[in-house]
Design a protein around this ligand. Structure first.
Ligand code: ADP
Length: 407
């Protein structure tokens, strides 16, 4: 088989969902993709499949990850693709300090992923569920793990160490790890290409703004600082996560509401952020519509989101030798001209002046420069985590080009 005939299956297995994308090894667009949702919940699980412009939905009576994967594989077989799948790439959320790059999955790797799971029990166990299903159904196909934390393993110790008694780090790995690394890796490499920067001499702050949100500093292709911590709760305001919060305030909330630590953690992960402030929605688009109609909670939520983001961009810039550009990505970063405009208004100190029409144009998958060219640049660059997972998987299965091409 020639390289152009090999296919790569990318799997992102979450607690109640399983996403997949089928891509050709030559880097062309995905052939087929989909998402199984509401797995393990109330019997309403379904699989949404997308091929070209058409979308179709199928019920999943058992509602398990195993059934979702079997259904996906049945579709791949029916279309004659399964025999061409040469490798499966899995997204894994937490790689701890053990994984600084993507790896071929072996029994030892699975044991190591389990060992770091104490740092992200919910995420890693869901990722492992997807890995185990694939290994069972596709035993002869190599499997590769790509970690959200890996790109941040270059953080200097001054950036990753929490100011707590160090026995918690030494004995339990309590430190900052950072997430969204796969996205940041893709977008930073793309920025170097689009801006014509020297790969060995540049500085970027990249804001990945989706339901989860984080920002990172990348210098000369390496991550040197990031806003998320040991878990994805630290840093920016997110859809339902508070981001940074005085731990004293968290303790007081627990006392007032009669919540134990797990209850407070849940409140800060699920009921806070844009949802908590707006008392309306966690969805940025819905909040923009409501703010335009004069909803005070929605207006405040967007203000708080933008204030925190701008403050982080300023702080993260201090971890760089110089700042060439601020880059927006993720669902909000790629589509919300309003959030970008509000953020640049806070960043005048970097001589960032918005180009209104370029900002309106850079939506729905369009890359573009959105500042007027007085100093630091501002860009919108759509992310593509699946492409990175597929390229690493191809490389580790001996099919593709070296990882260094995208680093
Ligand atoms: P996830 O982190 O789950 O992958 P996404 O990257 O898809 O999430 O981002 C979801 C967020 O992007 C939501 O808050 C959504 O409202 C926002 N978003 C998507 N399209 C727009 C838009 N046109 N305008 C404003 N926000 C948008």
């Amino acid at each position: 088989m020639s390289i152009s005939q090999f296919l790569i299956l990318v799997i992102n297995s979450g607690s109640s969902s399983l996403k997949f994308t089928l891509l050709p090894a030559n880097g062309d667009r995905p052939l087929f993709s989909g998402i199984a949702e509401r797995l393990g919940t109330d019997g309403t699980a379904s699989l949404t499949l997308k091929r070209g412009a058409s979308t179709f939905i199928e019920p999943l009576a058992e509602g398990t990850h195993a059934q979702a994967l079997q259904m996906i594989l049945m579709h791949l077989r029916r279309n004659g693709w399964l025999a061409h799948v040469a490798v499966v790439g899995h997204r894994v959320v937490h790689g701890g300090e053990r994984f600084a790059t993507s790896v071929r999955i072996t029994p030892e790797v699975i044991r190591d992923i389990e060992a770091v799971s104490a740092l992200a029990p919910l995420h890693n166990s869901s990722n492992l569920l997807g890995i185990r299903c694939c290994m069972e159904d596709l035993p002869s196909i190599p499997q590769v793990a790509v970690f959200d934390t890996a790109f941040h393993q270059t953080l200097p110790r001054g950036a990753y160490t929490y100011s707590i008694p160090q026995r918690f780090y030494r004995e339990h790995g309590i430190r900052r790890y950072g997430f969204h690394g796969t996205s940041i890796r893709y977008v930073s490499a793309k920025a170097v290409e689009l801006l014509g920067l020297d790969p060995d001499d540049h500085g970027l702050v990249i804001a990945h703004l989706g339901n989860g949100a984080s920002a990172s500093s990348v210098q000369d292709g390496k991550c040197v600082d990031t806003s998320m911590g040991m878990t994805p709760l630290e840093g920016l305001v997110m859809g339902t996560r508070s981001g940074d919060l005085d731990v004293g305030a968290a303790a007081q909330i627990g006392r007032i509401a009669g919540l134990d630590l797990a209850g407070v953690e849940m409140l800060l992960n699920r009921e806070s952020g844009l949802l908590g402030v707006s008392e309306l929605s966690s969805d940025c688009r819905a909040l923009e519509t409501a703010a335009e109609a004069g909803h005070p909670g929605a207006t405040l939520a967007l203000e708080v989101f933008v204030h925190r983001l701008a403050r982080y961009v300023g702080a993260l810039a201090t971890s760089l030798r110089r700042l060439d550009a601020v880059v927006f990505t993720g669902g909000i970063g790629e589509n919300s001209a309003r959030v970008r405009a509000m953020t640049l208004r806070h960043l005048g100190i970097f001589n960032l002046v918005l180009d209104e029409s370029a900002n309106q144009y850079a939506v729905r998958g369009m890359s573009g420069r959105i500042d007027q060219g007085y100093g630091t640049q501002a860009w919108v660059i759509p992310t593509d985590e699946e492409a990175v997972i597929a390229r690493d998987a191809a490389w580790l299965a001996g099919l593709g080009e070296s990882q260094s091409r995208i680093e």
